[in-house]
Every structure is written in C-alpha cells, then in structure tokens.
Design a protein around this ligand. Structure first.
Ligand code: NDP
Ligand code: OXD
Length: 318
C-alpha cells in the first residue's frame, strides 16, 4: 500500500512539539499540522492524528485510512461512531500509564495521609496529630480497571491498600477482586473508602457518578468517611451532586483532575471547597517524544496491511 501523509490536529495543545516529532519520525512522509498548514495539503492517502480537534478537520479530510487519538481517551472522536469504515486507534504507552499511576497513587496517599487537613492546620500554626490508619485498613475501589486502572490497582496493592476494581464485564484471574456491571456495583461501593474513577466517557458512563453512588460508599471505614478521586472523565460525574456531597460531609474530600467543562469555569463552586484538590487535567499527559514513535509504528503496519495495535470499538465508546 502507498505511504500516507500525516495530518496532525492537536486541538488545544501546542502544535510545535508534535510537528517536530512527527517530522523527525515520519520517514519522509509529508506531515501537515491542521489547521495551520491547510494551504499546503495535497492529494493522496492520509491518516489523521487528533486530540480534541475541531470536527471540521473531518469535513476537510473525510476519508482517512485511520484516525489516531493522541491520547488514551477517544470521547473527543464521538463523531466517528457512525463511521465503522474508519479504524480508530488509541495510545497505550508505558510512559502515559506510569504518569497515571503516579497521579492516582499521589491522590490516594493525599487522602489517606490527610494532607489537606494538615495543610489547613499549618496555615493556622496548629500542631494536631490525627489517628493514622495503616494502608491495609483503607479500601480503595477503582471504577474502570482497563489499561490505566489495572496498573494503578497493582501499585496501590503493593503499597498495602485493600484494592478492588469495577468493570463493565466480569473477569477471571485478576490479582485483585473485580466486580462487574450493575450486579456487582452495590457490593463494590459498600466496601470502598476511597473511590477512584478511571472510567471513559461513553453513552453508558455519562452522569453515572452522583449522589446515588456517593451515598452507597462505606461509612464504617478507618478514615472517618469516604472520599473521591476523578482522573477519568468529567462528564461521568453529576458535578452539582458532587459539590453537594462535599459540602454535606457525604464525602470527606476529593482530588479532581477532570471536569464537566474544561477549563473549569472560574465561578465553579469546586474552586472554593477546602476539602477539594484541583489539578487542570494533567494526570497523564501525552508526551510527543514517546507517543509519536508508537503512532508511526501503526502507520507502517497500516501501509503493510497488518493489523493495527490498539484499535478502539467506537460502537462501545472506549
Ligand atoms: P480502557 O479502555 O483500557 O479501560 C476502561 C475501563 O472502564 C475498563 O475496565 C472497562 O470495563 C471500564 N468500563 C467502561 N465502561 C464501563 C461501564 N459502563 N461500566 C463499568 N465499567 C466500564 O481505558 P484506560 O484505562 O486506558 O483509560 C481510562 C480513561 O482514563 C480514558 O478513557 C480517559 O478518559 C481517561 N484518561 C485521563 C487522563 C488524564 O490525564 N486525566 C489521561 C489518560 C486517560 P471492561 O474491562 O469490562 O471493558
Ligand atoms: C487522555 C487524556 O485521554 O490526556 O489521554 O485525557
């Protein structure tokens, strides 16, 4: 098969590092950054490598050989759900996975070691030791134990936390318990002190996490109440109900990286809550220096007619 041009549409990200890495790794294939290079794009086959790009890119390039997400999530490619003819590929990379493991481990330890309250006491010059339970007495429940959730679960289990996962489909042979579907949801929530969401944004998960979920978390835990970490997708959470749960004490705290609207609007009540730590969607960034090499291997596979590495079932949504 003939070689493909590479159309790079990195949306809100700085395009220059992507241009640089693609040009260095493309083996002479033409690289066009969209929309900046619009005028230079010629005819011939192409792949589109995109991140939260304006959907207009697919009006201008309606017949890509493949679409490659520059990140792990593919919710930004929802428009392709009706295009089963176009293979969609996502990033699975140890660098990105480790970044998420770092973030989730940090967030769990932040809540477990009660760092938020200690920071508030430091500001008041107050020396007030709290009871500090061992990790083995803290039950962490991870919603979404795919590539990222499973890696986080294994690291947290190594640190001694009592970890379980929740997934869409049952699985066997997991080193930690995995509850599945609506049938396993109650039992999973009732044994969870720190709830971590690494769910993708799909038609099934939108608005899944709200009052109804927070109310079912364990109240008999060693940390005095349940808490929440979201590094998956903001749209899986009913944000008004999250705010209410954090104000009422239904949740003792939260560490949040993703939101209904990003950037988080300056008038969001979340900013002002003392028991919330906010980061601006940085849990696991895509590093062009490592991701582009993986993408180019897939482009070569495509051109040789070989199966692509990490294709996504867009009908399922992840
Ligand atoms: P995967 O596709 O590998 O795993 C998704 C997991 O979610 C699977 O365990 C899947 O279940 C589960 N799941 C999906 N739908 C449901 C459902 N309806 N009910 C219960 N479980 C469900 O994704 P990754 O682990 O690689 O990434 C997860 C998400 O993390 C990404 O989609 C992205 O949104 C987000 N992300 C955020 C980043 C950040 O910086 N904040 C960076 C990278 C990713 P099953 O195992 O049964 O298929
Ligand atoms: C991703 C992200 O999905 O950064 O990769 O959110």
């Amino acid at each position: 098969m003939s070689r493909s041009s590479i159309i790079v549409a990195p949306g809100p990200w700085d395009p220059e590092p992507w241009r640089r890495e693609f040009e260095a790794a493309s083996g002479g294939r033409p690289v066009h950054v969209w929309p900046q290079d619009r005028a230079r794009v010629g005819d011939g086959p192409y792949v589109v490598c995109a991140w939260k790009a304006d959907p207009k890119v697919f009006e201008e390039f309606p017949a890509p050989r493949a679409v490659i997400s520059l990140g792990a999530g593919v919710d930004h490619l929802q428009g392709l759900r009706t295009r089963p003819d176009v293979p969609v590929v996502r990033v699975i990379d140890p660098d990105l996975t480790m970044r998420m493991v770092e973030y989730v481990t940090f967030a769990v330890l932040y809540l477990h070691r009660q760092i938020g309250p200690y920071q508030a006491e430091q500001r008041r010059h107050a020396w007030r030791p709290k009871i500090q339970p061992a990790a083995s007495r803290v039950r962490v429940g991870i919603m979404g134990v795919g590539v990222l959730g499973e890696a986080c679960a294994k690291t947290l289990a190594q640190l001694g936390f009592d970890v379980a996962g929740w997934a869409r489909t049952p699985r066997e042979g997991s080193p930690f318990p995995v509850f599945a579907g609506q049938d396993g949801f109650d039992e999973f929530l009732q044994r969870t002190d720190i709830l971590v969401s690494l769910l993708p944004d799909t038609p099934e998960t939108v608005g899944l996490v709200g009052r109804n979920v927070f109310a079912r978390l364990a109240r008999d835990g060693s940390l005095g109440g349940p808490s929440f970490i979201n590094a998956g997708r903001g749209k899986t959470v009913v944000e008004g109900e999250l705010v209410e749960a954090l104000r009422s004490g239904m949740l003792t705290g939260a560490v949040l990286d993703v939101f209904n609207t990003e950037p988080l609007p300056s008038d969001s009540p979340l900013w002002a809550l003392d028991n919330v730590l906010i980061t601006p969607h940085v849990a696991a960034d895509s590093d062009p220096e490592v991701i582009v090499a993986q993408i180019m291997r897939d482009v070569e596979r495509l051109e040789k007619g070989e199966p692509l590495s990490n294709t996504v079932d867009m009908g399922r949504g992840y």
